[in-house]
Design a binder for this molecule. Sequence first.
Ligand code: PEP
Ligand code: MN
Length: 263
Amino acid sequence: LASHEMCPDGRVVEVGDLKIGEKKLIMMAGPCAVENEEQIMKAALGVKAGGAQFLRGGAYKPRTSPYSFQGLEEEGLKMMRRAADANGLKVISEVVAHDQIDTAGKYCDMLQIGARNMQNFRLLREVGRSKIPVLLKRGISSTIEEWLDAAEYIMSEGNYNVVLCERGIRTFETATRNTLDVSAVPVVKERSSLPIIIDPSHAAGKSKYITALSLAGIAAGADGLIIEVHPNPKAAMSDAAQQLTPEAYAQLMKKVGALAQVV
Ligand code: PEP
Ligand code: MN
């Protein structure tokens, strides 16, 4: 279902009035996690000013340690919806378990399946049944074929609204948190009809590399970017080192706009 045979002109995923996979790039931005009302409001205002169409923010966080901040759950989703609506933004947020889909679906325009759950087949099937547009991140150590098979799980349940997201893979290199696999963009374009966006934030793990990786992803043919932006990155409750200030995000978006057409 993800192949070119099924959709020779390339699949365009519609999220309300937005189209992902057409000429114009789609920009998603916001904090790693929703932390409180003020933080998400400032983030929404900032990313809107920078030119984003989607507000991102985690409410169910897949943290490596069980003792780290786990997210505000439904309260966080409510805050994010209010902040997005106040700024004319769509909402994307991650679900880490199938029993969160109904709740998240009340507040989100698109659901994210994170890297750690790329092969959580029950979750993939359930999000497929939901018909809500899905952003499917590549697993930390997954091949492109495994990733496309994961997309197939969602699509085989009747949900064709799948967008892929390259967010870096685990390699021997330690200078960055993960290694952005830029080659995934042309390979995915060759082997599937699905749109693909780049997450330079989780790939780099350090804010100073985000601009270079963003431009590389767009130059390679990606359909958009998802970037972590926090009003006060140093104080972030998760992923502090990689989040951009709204001002830095606006600067980055200017450079992206010089390279390609942003909505
Ligand atoms: C995230 O988007 O906040 C996240 C946890 O990403 P990933 O699944 O790519 O690590
Ligand atoms: Mn994060």
